[in-house]
Design a protein around this ligand. Structure first.
Ligand code: NAD
Ligand code: IPM
Ligand code: MN
Length: 351
């Protein structure tokens, strides 16, 4: 089959990790007889430099003409002093908003082979970890009214019932297919938006009698993630809380360089690692491409309905780790460190 993929490498390590991901997709294409056709587009700092804006109209048009979007990362010190609305990160936020990608699935799964890279005590993660964070992606404080003057600034957190309802349904339905435990994370002891969030989840809950719904304040959730992460199955939360908790969950599995994501709307998906452009290691062959490669597996599963091919990629990642391949973020002292490209090669060989 033919599949059209928009590719935005972005800035920093975005290029290195997406190059490895395309290597993997090409090999999968060959193996299973699919034709992946890529169209590159600009966003973020690279787009600012070339076109003066972080999200050129042409990029949106390219995305709209494809079946899915593969995204690297954007941002970097070069653009850090631009006014907020002109920054590279706005390109990413606008993409999510314009393409209607309101549900962000961020699976934090621990590979047996990386047990030693987890910074938590062995007994805390014994038996492994498999948490799915569902982050609301097009609402909340990221998109509320903003205001700034020289000595006062404001960001507004807004949520409508509709925005919460659609995430809640995804949370319940996803939990039904897993262990049936849904933890809704909020700050309902302080925030009005969180009180509406909690009430909405409560109202929807009776429609899913096979799912146990728990509520947890976000500060406690941050603590529980390191104290007893195995209690979690599916976590559903608003935009900013999900951003923060998913970096924490990534590290529990061994590195931020491991956690993929799918940003889904009603008829399009964007697939990106949860990490950023990592300017501190960009261009040095140190980046771990696994988060991006696993994001492409999510693309095969969710946008192209190719579960077998997706599983092949996941298994190849496990095999490469079992063979001892380690980028610097997951290597233990005295272990041989592989480059981004070597990791990509070994995963490709393991397909
Ligand atoms: P970051 O995720 O880029 O980096 C945090 C730390 O993790 C760094 O030490 C980095 O070297 C390391 N790291 C990240 N990805 C890695 C990988 N694949 N392999 C090995 N190590 C990895 O976050 P930051 O430093 O806070 O932000 C840097 C820039 O990226 C900023 O401009 C920020 O706005 C942007 N950012 C973009 C995205 C995105 O495009 N989705 C996400 C987060 C941050
Ligand atoms: C992420 C990033 C983005 C976010 C930034 C770069 C806008 O941190 O994808 O997790 O906060 O959503
Ligand atoms: Mn983030």
């Amino acid at each position: 089959m033919d599949f059209k993929i928009a590719v935005i490498k972005g800035d920093g390590i975005g290029h290195e990790i997406i190059d490895e991901t395309i290597k993997i997709l090409n090999k999968i294409g060959k193996k299973y007889g699919h034709n992946f056709k890529y169209t590159e587009a600009l966003a973020g700092g690279a787009a600012i430099d070339k076109t003066g804006t972080a999200l050129p109209e042409e990029t949106l048009n390219i995305c709209r003409g494809t079946d899915a979007l593969l995204f690297g990362a954007v941002g970097g010190p070069k653009w850090d002093n631009l006014p907020g609305r002109d920054r590279p990160e706005q390109g990413l936020l606008k993409l999510r908003k314009e393409l209607g990608l309101y549900a962000n699935l961020r699976p934090a799964v621990m590979f047996d082979e990386l047990r030693r890279s987890c910074p938590l005590r062995g007994d805390i993660v014994e038996g492994g970890l498999d948490i799915l964070i569902i982050r609301e992606l097009t609402g909340g404080i990221y998109f509320g009214k903003k205001y700034t003057e020289s000595d006062k600034a404001e960001d507004t957190m807004e949520y409508s019932r509709h925005e919460i309802e659609r995430i809640a349904h995804i949370g319940f339905q996803t939990a039904q297919k897993r262990k049936g435990i849904l933890t809704s994370v909020d700050k309902a002891n302080v925030l009005e938006t969180s009180r509406l969030w909690r009430k909405t989840f409560e109202e929807i809950s009776p429609g899913y009698p096979d799912v146990t719904l728990n509520h947890m304040y976000v500060d406690n959730a941050a603590m529980q993630l390191v104290y007893n992460p195995k209690q979690f199955d599916v976590i559903a939360t608003e935009n900013m809380f999900g951003d923060i908790l998913s970096d924490e969950a990534a590290m529990i599995t061994g590195s931020i360089g491991l956690l993929p994501s799918a940003a889904l709307g009603n008829n399009y998906g964007m697939y990106e690692p949860i990490h950023g452009s990592a300017p501190d290691i960009a261009g040095q062959g140190k980046a771990n491409p696994i988060a991006a490669i696993l994001s492409s597996a999510m693309m095969l599963k969710y946008s192209f309905n190719l579960p077998e091919e997706a599983e092949n990629i996941e298994n190849a990642v496990k095999k490469a780790l079992a063979k001892g391949c380690r980028t610097s973020d997951i290597a233990m002292k005295n272990e041989k460190v592989s480059t981004t490209e070597e990791m990509g090669d070994i995963i490709a060989l393991s397909l």
